[in-house]
Design a protein around this ligand. Structure first.
Ligand SMILES: [Fe+2]
Length: 188
């Protein structure tokens, strides 16, 4: 596996773990319980900072290179890059909405619960398509020279500096969320 695909697959693994924590909060809300908005905000914040600002731009570089090697892939890869735009917008909007609730001590609405559930489902589907189809395609089609080009371009991404700390930040956040969840269990 190339270093870039290895990093992107690792990001998917981390995002999946955090989306599970978010899903647990959505399940609580659907059951009429009180969600831990701090967990919701932390997961969405990670999706915003590392998903939208680091992970998706790197994936876009891989898809751009694939398009440069085979123009016939432009349709399918253009659609996936458009998915990134939609996911980024949803993440930003949901994060703003959740922060607004927290600042004003208001509970989540049923509409927000539906939006969060749709966000999680859409994210999972998007990543599954990449894991099963697009990452293997990139591995198959791109040469060592293409990967060198992708890696060089990645150095110029605005989020490149965050990318270096992504794993440490993820582990710290995951542990913190686990501690919050254990606190909630103790309260019950
Ligand atoms: Fe993606």
């Amino acid at each position: 596996m190339t270093a870039v695909i290895n990093a992107l697959s690792g990001d998917h693994h981390n995002l999946t773990a955090l989306l599970r924590a978010l899903e647990a909060q959505v399940t609580t809300l659907k059951g009429g319980g009180q969600a831990d908005l701090e967990v919701v905000e932390l997961v969405l914040g990670y999706c915003r900072r590392y998903g939208d600002q680091v992970h998706h731009p790197l994936e876009n570089l891989v898809y751009d290179r694939l398009c440069e090697t085979d123009a016939q892939l432009k349709g399918v890869l253009g659609a996936v890059c458009q998915d990134h735009v939609l996911i980024d917008e949803s993440t930003k909007n949901l994060l703003e909405e959740v922060r607004d609730l927290m600042e004003n001590c208001r509970p989540p609405t049923a509409d927000l619960t539906r939006q969060l559930a749709a966000f999680i489902e859409g994210y999972h589907k998007h990543m599954a398509q990449e894991d099963k189809v697009l990452f293997p395609l990139a591995q198959e089609r791109l040469s060592p020279m293409d990967w060198t080009v992708v890696e060089a371009r990645a150095q110029n991404l605005p989020g490149a500096i965050y990318a270096q700390q992504v794993q440490e930040r993820f582990l710290a956040l995951r542990d913190y969320i686990h501690r919050l969840q254990r606190l909630d269990e103790t309260d019950e």
